[in-house]
Design a protein around this ligand. Structure first.
Ligand code: NHX
Ligand code: ZN
Length: 599
């Protein structure tokens, strides 16, 4: 798999090596040419006229040094030397020095050429090694067989994806007794595609299918099959299926199927190799009979870009959605991960689950682990609600960087910037409630204003999106109104606001351009935006962002006391939760429109 950059590098390196080779060849051949080849009869005449000082019998040629110091060489007719026993005495008589080179011993000249050749080969090898970043693929790359020594993962260990579990149960039943299914004559899917965003437990679900059925689990990734070397990917696919056929029944798991299963016929440089690999995969899938008890489970988060041939009946013809967990799912997932953790009796996982909308199973696992680490670091025996909440903030907002030294001016600017976000958020009825505001640097941000929805949101209203843009503008507006300057710190806010506005215009039909999709063309979607449309889209996006800016400007301009009080309190205590913010705003006369998210 080569990026364009790598390709260019490889090209330059190859050209360099070739040029060097040409130079070496040139030097080597001109050296040989400095010895002039003459006709054998001329050589004999030279010997007779006494012009030769020395002859050297090489393998098949005769090198001669002339009295003038020049070198010539000639090739005698085959067997001439042996058939003319008088030649050597003749030379001796004429006082010509005779040298015979041992045939097995390469002369100094050959040694030099050999060394050059070796150096050249070494350079080629080294360059190849360098441009492949040291990744010389081994053809013997075996699929990883899930370790047998650890207890198998079963459905008990997989929480929050109940529908997906129900859907794959049928396949588990088949794997337990493939003969019985074959006897009835039912068609069992050969392949299942698990579709969902990263971290939602696709691999875990596949593993648990193997665990439930008690069959081996062959783990591989589409990325393993994509190699720059022609045929390597296809050969690995063949190996994987050969390995699978050694088992009575088993699950072949292919993660990131999109890496190899992309629609064919693209114009990318590596597509030929990938196509070959994909074809091999299709051949193998068609090749094994279902009664063998082999089921392919593949995972992707981009089913739309897969080659349709992969999804045809008899191949990966079943799709199971594995989405981000809902409130109940998150509670169950937290429960699974907390089994291994000493929890304080007062912890309510339901409350933690409520405060973590949008987090995936992997995020939640991370959260529980962080909480356990926090508790351990603080010397506590049990994980408390406070640990879990601190871990949640860490996972959602990034790691605190208390050691980052800000100047006082930066801190003040940060306090007003965040207060600006917070006040706009509190005053807009359609916004998510405030969760927390902090001027402790976290991750890449110097300060953070965080809202949390009261319930999981699956869709957003236009009012909500407009409020979100106004809140994002609140930071910059506060800098302008209270600090009389602008800083570069608002860059991320501006980017996010613009992104939302662009989506509203181009995808969501929430502008005066109407319910149309405006998009640039791509490889498989030749549709392009007309210049006129592009201009109108830009002006609509600007209109929407500026509307948010004006809303923020109005709200902050008419609630200056509330902003000042909040900023002052932030400078004092650095972090405030939602209800603390609302209290400060209300006691400073701000017409607060929504509550705070607990926690
Ligand atoms: C800098 N960082 O780049 C410094 C170190 C205005 C008080 N010179 O808007 O921290 O200025 O409401 C993801 C998340 C860039 C990507 C945050 C990329 C922040 C954050 C720039 C607060 N809070 N800006 C904010 C902030 C900055 C930045 C990001 C990102 C500041 C602001 C960063
Ligand atoms: Zn901001």
């Amino acid at each position: 798999m080569f990026s364009g950059q790598h390709r260019r590098l490889a090209l330059i390196a190859t050209a360099g090596v070739l040029a060097l080779g040409a130079i070496i060849y040139f030097i080597a051949t001109t050296q040989r040419d400095s010895t002039k080849e003459i006709a054998f009869s001329d050589f004999l005449r030279l010997v007779e006229s006494g012009g030769v000082a020395e002859v050297m019998f090489a393998d098949q040629a005769i090198d001669a040094t002339l009295r003038s110091g020049a070198h010539v060489m000639t090739v005698p007719p085959v067997g001439y030397v042996a058939a003319n026993p008088t030649l050597v005495p003749d030379l001796v008589r004429r006082q010509i020095r005779i040298v015979v080179r041992h045939p097995a011993e390469p002369g100094a000249y050959n040694l030099g050429a050999l060394a050059l050749a070796a150096a050249f080969l070494g350079l080629v090898g080294f360059t190849l090694y360098r441009v492949t970043s040291g990744r010389i693929p081994s053809l013997e790359n075996k699929p990883r067989l899930a370790s047998q020594d650890t207890a198998p993962i079963t459905f008990k260990d997989v929480a929050g994806v109940d529908e997906a579990k129900d859907e794959v149960k049928e396949i588990v039943d088949f794997l337990k007794a493939p003969e019985r299914f074959a006897a009835i004559g039912g068609r069992i899917p050969k392949g299942v595609l698990l579709v969902g965003p990263p971290g939602t437990g696709k691999t875990l679900l596949a593993r648990s299918m193997a665990g439930e059925a008690g069959v081996p689990f062959l783990l591989s990734s589409g990325a393993d099959f994509v190699e720059m070397y022609a045929g390597v990917g296809a050969s690995r696919v063949r190996k994987l299926f050969r390995e699978a056929s050694r088992h009575k029944s088993c699950i072949i798991f292919i993660d990131e199927l999109d890496a190899v299963g992309r629609r064919r016929g693209g114009n990318s440089l590596s597509h030929e190799e990938r196509e070959q690999t994909l074809n091999q995969l299709l051949v193998e899938m068609d090749g094994f009979a279902t009664r063998q008890g082999i089921v392919v489970v593949a995972a992707t988060n981009r089913p739309d870009i897969l080659d349709p041939a992969l999804l045809r009946p008899g191949r990966v013809d079943r799709q199971v959605m594995v989405g981000c967990p809902d409130l109940k799912g998150r509670e169950a997932i937290l429960g699974v991960h907390c089994r291994k953790v000493a929890l304080d009796g007062t912890v309510e996982l339901r409350a933690i689950a409520r405060g973590t909308p949008g987090l995936s199973g992997a995020d939640l696992a991370n959260l529980v682990n962080e909480a356990a680490l926090l508790a351990a670091r603080a010397g506590r025996e049990k994980v408390t609600t406070a640990d879990l909440e601190a871990a949640r903030d860490k996972v959602l907002m990034g790691v605190e960087r208390r050691s980052l030294a800000l100047t006082e001016a930066e801190r003040v600017n940060c306090a007003y910037h965040e207060a600006g976000h917070a006040v706009v958020a509190a005053l807009l009825p359609h916004a998510d409630p405030l969760h927390k505001v902090t001027i402790i640097p976290r991750g890449r941000a110097l300060g953070v204003t965080m809202q949390l929805p009261e319930q999981d949101r699956h869709t957003h209203t236009k009012d909500y999106l407009q409020a979100q843009i106004a809140i994002l503008m609140g930071g910059r507006v506060a800098e302008e109104l209270f600090m009389n300057h602008m800083t570069s710190g608002a860059s991320n806010d501006i980017e996010r606001a613009t992104d939302i506005a662009q989506k509203m215009v181009c995808e969501l039909g929430m502008s005066s351009l109407g319910p149309m999709a405006f998009r640039h063309g791509s490889e498989d979607r030749p549709f392009t935006l007309s210049e006129d449309s592009a201009r109108r889209v830009d002006s609509e996006v600007r209109e929407i962002v500026m509307h948010g800016y004006h809303v923020a400007h109005d709200l902050l301009g008419s609630n200056r006391e509330a902003v000042r009080a909040l900023a002052a309190q932030l400078l004092e205590v650095e972090s405030l939760d939602g209800s603390e913010i609302l209290t400060i705003l209300q006691s400073n006369g701000a017409p607060v429109q929504n509550g705070a998210t607990a926690g």
